[in-house]
Design a protein around this ligand. Structure first.
Ligand code: 2BA
Length: 109
């Protein structure tokens, strides 16, 4: 058995949840916060047989888009903070960040 941990954007989470259920995956959805942007994202825990991991990855890929996002750094990267004028910087936030972990044991009590 494997545990898939997928961090996705909030905008994609309902669609991904529906698609995973439609494909008979068992899913737990957690509200999470990205360390860099400090804004909300969604983490999915998906426990599945090894043979179905590729299908799960395909469903995640099909339902999660990467998006451009603007952030405004609160302090300068270097130099004098007195003359610092904050301006937005564009970054790309990925469709999904996915970890696939081995599961030693699985119990349901
Ligand atoms: P955040 O940490 O809020 O990061 C959002 C986006 O900011 C990242 O998108 C990336 O484009 C950018 N970013 C993050 N750290 C950066 C840095 N040190 N310098 C420059 N840009 C940086 P993604 O890479 O697609 O990540 C989306 C979310 O996935 C992350 O939100 C975080 O919640 C999670 N994540 C990504 N990599 C992870 C990892 N290795 N371990 C745990 N969670 C991770």
């Amino acid at each position: 058995m494997k545990l898939i941990v997928a961090v996705v954007q909030d905008q994609d989470s309902n669609r991904l949840m529906k698609a995973m259920i439609d494909h008979n995956f068992r899913v737990t959805k957690l509200a999470s916060t990205g360390g860099f942007l400090k804004s909300g994202n969604t983490t999915f825990l998906i426990g599945t047989e090894e043979i179905r991991v590729n299908k799960a990855l395909q469903v995640i890929k099909e339902n999660c888009k990467s998006r451009e996002q603007f952030i405004t750094p609160v302090s300068p990267m270097g130099g004098n903070a007195d003359s610092y004028i904050p301006y937005p910087v564009e970054i790309e936030v990925g469709g999904a960040t996915v970890f696939v972990l081995p599961v030693d044991e699985f119990h349901q009590f």
